[in-house]
Design a protein around this ligand. Structure first.
Ligand code: HSE
Length: 309
């Protein structure tokens, strides 16, 4: 057994990215959870989460559930000790639970001598997502593990694709300081979609993937529209229409809800444009006396990584 300890970083993510509900996601730079982990000679998973009231029971905590899924697959009763430094706020729409689940399985896999590839870790991290939101979606955990833009081509069997995308993309995210639980914002969605709406949505999703691959900014912009989920969930987000108008006025490539909200993202292709839109987003919430945080970053290319050890 290794007595090595490591500290890892797993990035926050923007899931859905407009038309790709539950299938598309991207990783952010400069924001993500950190986890310090070591293997122990005692059985069981021990979790500490400083300055947080998240559950530390490994049967309930998303990172504990994800690690257990990995150990079960190996038929292992290995003990694990970890401290999760939460930097991604729960209920922000920036893949908080995914960052912990992805980071945890990445760290334990490293300590065990890498029995799985990063791609193979996605299914274990998804078990953590299921514990958190009631549904094992992969659109946050895949980019948190793999970096870049990812597409879940299929859930059964699981088929996750890393997409090509232009390297000039900048993401602006504004997080109004209200909490929206993924499980709640999933419940309000309609189960049926009219055929015409579905046709428009999959046209946009294919257009977005194609535009990313060919660095066609105009095609990305025309395609970054969500006709199914955004119209329903935007009702939970203060001043959503004003944010969209500001992003459009700033000529962002697109703007939509990050994951299940309440964060909203705009995709840009210059830092100057991103800064202006970030300021405009901030002003909109300042005018309404709603506390917010703005994060501007490039797309994280590496995904989960070791930062120490
Ligand atoms: N695709 C998921 C949803 C992501 O929109 O509910 C949750 O962050």
């Amino acid at each position: 057994m290794s007595s090595r300890s490591i500290r890892i970083f797993a990035p926050a993510t923007v899931a859905n990215v407009g038309p790709g509900f539950d299938v598309l996601g991207l990783a952010l730079e400069g924001i993500g959870d950190e986890i310090a982990m070591s293997l122990t000679s005692e059985q069981g998973i021990k979790i500490a989460i400083p300055e947080s009231d998240l559950p530390t029971d490994p049967k309930v905590n998303v990172a504990g559930v994800a690690i257990q899924a990995l150990l079960d697959d190996l038929n292992s009763s290995q003990g694990v000790d970890m401290t999760i430094y939460k930097k991604v706020l729960p209920g922000s729409g920036l893949g908080s639970s995914a960052s912990s689940s992805a980071g945890a399985v990445f760290a334990v896999n490293e300590l065990l001598g890498r029995p799985f590839s990063k791609q193979e870790l996605v299914k274990f991290a998804m078990a953590g997502e299921a514990a958190s939101s009631g549904k094992a979606h992969a659109d946050n955990v895949a980019p948190s593990l793999l970096g870049g833009f990812t597409l879940v081509r299929s859930y059964d069997p699981l088929d996750v694709i890393s997409l090509a995308y232009p390297d000039d993309l900048i993401v602006v995210v504004v997080h109004p300081q209200i909490e929206v639980k993924t499980s709640d914002s999933k419940k309000i969605l309609r189960k049926d979609v009219p055929l015409e709406t579905a046709i428009a949505q999959w046209g946009n999703l294919a257009g977005l993937v194609s535009g990313l691959a060919s660095s066609d900014h105009s095609l990305i912009s025309r395609s970054l529209q969500d006709l199914i989920v955004e119209p329903v969930r935007s009702m939970l987000i203060p001043a959503f229409d004003q944010l969209k108008i500001a992003a459009k006025a700033g000529e962002a490539l697109g703007c939509s809800i990050s994951g299940s909200g309440p964060s909203v993202f705009a995709l840009c292709n210059t830092m100057e444009q991103a800064s202006q839109i970030g300021n405009d987003f901030q002003q909109i919430y300042d005018d309404l006396a709603i506390e917010q945080q703005v994060h501007i970053s490039k797309i994280n290319t590496e995904g989960a990584q070791i930062i120490k050890g």
